[in-house]
Design a protein around this ligand. Structure first.
Ligand code: ADP
Length: 261
């Protein structure tokens, strides 16, 4: 399945990330996410109706690096799906990058998702038939139908920046788990998202690769001022974030800076 750990360490030359312009109208410190009274009900009106999120209020400012933690079943994935515009809330208000979601039709929602959000999942979902470079450029291919030379160069720069300049032409099966996740991170950055939503991005990696991938996310945050919300079960990783939001039983039970270790 994965190549060896030594393959993971084959190319660690660090190149600067290609600079991304700060998103129009979204300078550091401005509010990127505003939730007011967000509720999410599944199976409404059915005998198995369940309210999973009970009126959440949450604000995330441009430039934050926040962890979302909480026990299994507390609603983290549901919240991430709503924030990621993959599902709509049942009630309450969600304003993303200045746009009130409830006013948008599905097409506008898809456009806002593509132009504003990047996703990193526990399992990388790379396309096995394509090279690392082609996978990174895939969001452009989906959006434009073709990949211009300039954006092809951006894909290559991103791969260099995540330490994979020697692996651009390899298929996912020829990469270790940590390398695959770094390709997925480069792909998430391809369209210069204002907000990256990461769902257990290191959950499938060994401790060393996990720490490296997390350090990469922190470096990206430093260098290109992208905002991050990272779901993690790992308290050591949460402690390396600037803010920890804790969800328990569909409510925010704690929200603040990590305790000094
Ligand atoms: P977490 O990510 O914190 O483990 P989830 O958001 O996955 O929590 O789930 C929270 C609760 O919502 C659970 O009780 C789960 O069974 C329920 N749930 C999640 N998705 C659905 C769905 N599509 N239909 C019905 N119930 C769901």
């Amino acid at each position: 399945m994965s190549a060896s750990t030594s393959a993971d360490q084959a190319d660690h030359a660090v190149h600067a990330l290609p600079s991304a312009p700060v998103h129009a109208g979204h300078t550091s410190g401005q509010e990127l996410v505003q939730l007011r009274g967000l509720r999410k009900v599944y199976n409404a009106g059915e005998p198995n109706e369940i309210e999973v999120l009970h009126g959440l209020d949450l604000r995330i400012r441009q430039g934050e690096f926040a962890a979302l933690i909480g026990p299994s079943g507390s609603g983290k994935s549901t919240l991430l799906n709503v924030l990621g515009l993959l599902e709509r809330g049942t009630a309450g208000e969600y304003v993303l990058a200045g746009q009130s979601i409830s006013t948008l039709d599905d097409e506008a929602l898809t456009r806002l998702r593509r132009d504003t959000l990047g996703f990193v999942f526990q399992f990388h979902h790379l396309l096995p038939a394509f090279t690392a470079e082609e996978n990174v450029a895939m969001p452009v291919r989906v959006r434009d139908g073709v990949v211009s030379p300039r954006l092809r160069e951006r894909a290559r720069e991103l791969l260099s920046a995540v330490g994979l300049s020697n692996a651009m032409d390899r298929k996912p099966s020829q990469l270790s788990g940590g390398m695959q996740q770094r390709v997925a991170i480069a792909r998430a950055l391809m369209l210069e998202p204002a907000l990256v939503l990461a769902d257990e991005p290191t959950g499938n990696l060994d401790t060393a690769s996990s720490s490296e991938v997390f350090a990469l996310l922190r470096r990206i945050h430093r260098e290109v001022s992208t905002t991050f919300l990272v779901v993690t079960h790992d308290p050591r990783l949460a402690a390396r974030c600037d803010r920890i939001i804790e969800l328990v039983d569909g409510r925010i039970s704690a929200d603040g800076v990590p305790a000094a270790s």
